[in-house]
Ligand binder design. Structure first.
Ligand code: IPD
Ligand code: CA
Ligand code: CA
Length: 271
């Protein structure tokens, strides 16, 4: 049974998701208008964040927040805060591509202890709590058991204009292309991590992600029996320069493959 904390996170995610689904429908109409849906999507994103903040604050009045749109807000309880991405996969949403999610993580004393990633269009609620396990709706999740790189499907994120990290990305993806069964870029880092937890992907790596992209996903992968670190193998840090998540058998080989592909300066930047 999910705990009271998970119930609070789930209720907030479902409430915000109802708005996102409506707005996603509207985006399809705006796609053909001259102005396009960009401003509308910015508003949809903000509305979702406000809903999440209201719901979470109502249920746990003392907790602080770190949210993508509104930044950090200290709470009376200095030990706990919600780390929230109201819409992960914005570019997909903007283009009418049905792959995006809401991500809510709970940090306690500097450690991620609970995570909910909700994909509204498929009604997939990925959730995990430290020591309790990782679940998709009511089904227990476990990372995949593939042990060979050549059988593995890995996900990543492609940097875009203004993001930097192009050469590091190209080196790592080049190495992966030579060694693995497939590389995917679906456009939501939160769902990428959830999919590693669910065993759909065998691993995931990306550079330059923000705390709200990975906060919930870190708990999911760990509780599903996977490993999630930076490129050096140190504990994954929120807002750190790199993240590597994989099943327990492939984590070390994936990390080695990525590291070995980088030149010295990219390696220094990514670690
Ligand atoms: C983005 C997605 C994407 C990742 C980007 C993120 P957003 O988040 O997670 O997969 O590659 O780096 O910024 O902007 O859609 O919330
Ligand atoms: Ca994001
Ligand atoms: Ca976002």
């Amino acid at each position: 049974m999910p705990s009271a904390t998970i119930n609070v996170m789930e209720a907030a995610a479902r409430k915000a998701a109802r708005g996102l689904i409506r707005d996603f429908g509207e985006v399809e109409n705006l796609q053909v208008s001259r102005k396009g849906p960009a401003d509308y999507v910015t508003e949809a994103d903000r509305r979702a964040e406000r809903r999440l903040r209201d719901e979470l604050a109502k249920a746990r009045p003392g907790f602080g927040f770190l949210m993508e749109e509104s930044g950090a807000t200290a709470g009376e309880d200095a030990t706990r805060r919600w780390i929230v991405d109201p819409l992960d996969g914005t570019t997909n949403f903007l283009h009418g591509i049905p792959h995006f999610a809401i991500s809510i993580g709970l940090e306690e004393d500097g450690e991620m202890v609970a995570g909910v990633i909700y994909e509204p269009l498929r009604d997939e609620l990925f959730w995990a709590e430290k020591g309790v396990g990782c679940y998709l709706n009511r089904r227990r999740l476990r990372v995949s058991s593939r042990r060979r790189l050549e059988d593995a499907v890995l996900a990543t994120g492609i940097p875009f204009k203004g993001r930097g990290g192009k050469t590091a990305f190209l080196s790592t993806v080049g190495a992966a292309i030579d060694r693995v069964a497939g590389v995917r870029r679906l456009g939501s880092a939160a769902l990428d991590l959830a999919y590693v937890a669910a065993g759909r992907y065998d691993g995931f790596w990306e550079f330059g992600l923000s705390p709200w992209d990975v906060a919930a996903g870190i708990v999911l992968v760990r509780e599903a029996g996977g490993f999630v670190t930076d490129l050096k193998g140190g504990a994954a840090r929120l807002g750190g320069p790199s993240i590597v998540a994989a099943n327990d058998r492939l984590h070390a080989p994936v990390r080695r493959m990525l590291r070995e592909s980088l030149n010295e300066s990219d390696l220094a930047l990514a670690s």
